[in-house]
Design a protein around this ligand. Sequence first.
Ligand SMILES: NC(=O)c1ccc[n+]([C@@H]2O[C@H](COP(=O)([O-])OP(=O)(O)OC[C@H]3O[C@@H](n4cnc5c(N)ncnc54)[C@H](O)[C@@H]3O)[C@@H](O)[C@H]2O)c1
Length: 328
Amino acid sequence: MVDALILGGAGFIGYHLARHLARLPGYRVTLVDNLSRGALDADLQELLDQHRAVGLTNADLLDPGSLDGLGGPYDEVYLLAGMVGVRNVAAQPDRVVYVNATIILNTLEWLRGAGCGRLLFASTSEVYAGSVEEGIAAVPTAEDAPATVLDTQAPRATYAITKMLGEAAVTHYAAAGGYEAVIARYHNVYGPRMGSDHVVPELLERVRRETNPFPVYGLEHTRAFCYVSDAVGATHALMTCPLERCEIVHVGNDEEEVQIRQLLSKLFDATGFHPAIEEHPAASGSVRRRCPDLGKLKALTGFRPTVDLKEGLGLTWEWYRRSMSVSR
Ligand SMILES: NC(=O)c1ccc[n+]([C@@H]2O[C@H](COP(=O)([O-])OP(=O)(O)OC[C@H]3O[C@@H](n4cnc5c(N)ncnc54)[C@H](O)[C@@H]3O)[C@@H](O)[C@H]2O)c1
């Protein structure tokens, strides 16, 4: 029996990871979430109903005692919980600092006593975005690019700063506690049930409303989007691969770096909606180019992404169309 604990398990990546693990033989999966962003919706309820080995605990990780009743040691701990999203970061940067830093430190302090086999911490490509902006990191970007914040006082920087804290804290707590750890830096993961505060669902919502002309920001910016089943496959591979020390590993899809213009064209093909485009400049602080170098992920795990953008957008649109009950 493998005991897995997913902190932030009702969220986007957490739910898909739980579904993946539940289908593997011999897994018992405990999800912890305060349902502040993730929800006990029909999808999660179905997962809980269909898999007796998956359980949900509603707990607030800001409370230092929240994990005390959960036993342990767990074989696999996935620390995905946190405050994410561009709107949150712009509107409540103080809260982003408090929530993300507290969740990280409370979890690590709990692990001092509970221990675990391996901890995976969810970090982000944002930690090196400043190096790309300054031209000191190449794109596609590997893990040795310097983590850089260009302006510590910018609201947007709070998210990256808390992830930098997490990377350092996980590295040193794991070494001191004698358990294994890995840091997964996710790059533009998308798919069903990802909420609304991300580029793909925002565009899909405009399609659903049949917005015409169709406003779009930063048409020339490029991104490499990673379908969630690939991100989850990579996440589990990182949890189970041989590791000699705590590694930082980029997770994403390096096979299709597209301009937002090309993303739109694929999305319009997937949805059958072809409006006139109303072009706007990109949001300030948004990097022009982002694409991971996945050499390290591939060397450690042999993992390769399998879902291309056309297929992934189609699957995502199907889910949003169903959950938003629209006819298009
Ligand atoms: N989705 C991406 O493309 C992406 C990219 C880079 C990094 N990440 C990181 O991956 C992780 C998961 O991302 P996601 O897209 O699934 O986000 P998400 O918001 O869907 O999931 C995070 C979950 O944490 C929960 N949570 C927040 N505060 C909590 C608290 N105090 N106690 C308990 N639960 C709490 C939320 O309710 C939510 O369900 C995050 O740490 C995020 O920073 C994601």
